[in-house]
Write a protein that binds this ligand. Structure first.
Ligand code: PEP
Ligand code: MG
Length: 323
């Protein structure tokens, strides 16, 4: 198996019936890029920038951030890199921001909500990203978007910083794609409207599942409700992918579900374009996908959408697809 995987390292990911999907990796630091390339990643589908902000006693400067983003883009040699803007809050704290304790941190002041309030901090990150954009294929993605208003406001700040850089004579790429994470049910439901305004979606199932099932992802006593195969989740995922395609956009997934061998046949059948996972899952996923036919997985997915429980879906997948 190891030998088969290593042969797939430099190959694209193509199904039996000739459909190409993109397998990308989730990273937390520029050093992680080595593992992405070693494992044949076709891009970075999620760069979690929180780590730049954590483990230090003050906000990272524009220069520190610029160097990190530039380093990832350069090492990826023109392959796509999706950078997520700061997603702090929830389980991730920044002591130096001195934020008040909340009753429900996962439902609270976090991610883009905090960034729209603390514009100083957000603008610094956007500026660093825009400056780095000339070093590769940068795509910017906002986390925890719940409304179109939030997206428009965040996009406005990005445009504003872009105009300022232009006035200063600083070069910025003119082909930066701008997308959102779909991890809040309201956004999945409204995906048809979002698709008219964003360049892409990346479905964050870790949070989308917790919010859809109303089950804290950190609480073991309700962990049985983390159900990626629940038809409710599959239906939301379908809505997002269909909405993207209707407007000619692409849809990816960067939650844990994207690298799960039981979910992959379903996601392929639902039409997912990009799967972003931990680097070590890429070659096994490529091997699995190369043995599947998209047309057959479409049939599998249609059946799964009509089932009643997650257990029934797992049974269907396991009886249809040899793992
Ligand atoms: C997600 O919510 O699925 C996701 C990828 O983001 P994080 O796990 O960083 O919240
Ligand atoms: Mg998330």
């Amino acid at each position: 198996q190891l030998e088969e995987w290593s042969k797939l390292r430099g190959e694209p990911t193509i199904t039996q019936d000739g459909v190409h999907v993109e397998l990308a990796a989730n990273i937390g630091t520029p050093n992680d890029v080595t593992g992405v390339l070693e494992n044949g990643g076709e891009g970075v589908g999620l760069y979690r920038t929180e780590f730049l902000y954590m483990g230090r006693d003050k906000l990272p400067s524009e220069e520190v951030q610029y160097n990190a983003y530039k380093s990832v883009l350069e090492k990826m040699q023109g392959k796509p890199v999706v950078v997520r803007t700061l997603d702090i809050g929830g389980d991730k704290e920044l002591p130096y921001l001195d934020l008040p304790k909340e009753m429900n941190p996962f439902l609270g002041f976090r991610a883009v909500r905090l960034c729209l309030d603390r514009q100083d901090l957000f603008r610094t990150q956007l500026r660093a990203l825009l400056r780095a954009s000339v070093h590769g294929d940068l795509r910017i993605m906002f986390p925890m978007i719940a409304t179109l208003g939030e997206f428009r406001e965040a996009k406005g700040l990005l445009e504003d910083e872009k105009a300022k850089l232009a006035a200063e004579g600083i070069a910025v790429s003119d082909r930066i794609q701008l997308g959102i994470m779909v991890e809040i049910p309201s956004t999945a439901v409204m995906a048809d409207q979002f698709a008219k305004e964003v360049d892409f979606f990346s479905i964050g199932t870790n949070d989308l599942i917790q919010y859809t099932m109303a089950a804290d992802r950190m609480n073991e006593r309700v962990s049985y409700l983390y159900q990626p195969y629940n038809p409710a989740i599959l239906r939301l995922v379908k809505m997002v992918i269909d909405a993207a395609h209707k407007e000619g956009r692409w849809a990816g997934m960067c939650g844990e579900m994207a690298g799960d061998p039981v979910a992959i046949p379903l996601l392929l059948g639902l039409g997912l374009d990009e799967f972003s996972m931990s680097a070590t899952s890429i070659l096994p996923a490529r091997s699995q996908i190369s043995r599947l036919s998209e047309a057959q997985m479409q049939e599998l997915a249609s059946k799964a959408l009509e089932l009643r429980t997650a257990e029934e879906v797992v049974e269907l997948v396991e009886s249809t697809v040899s793992q």
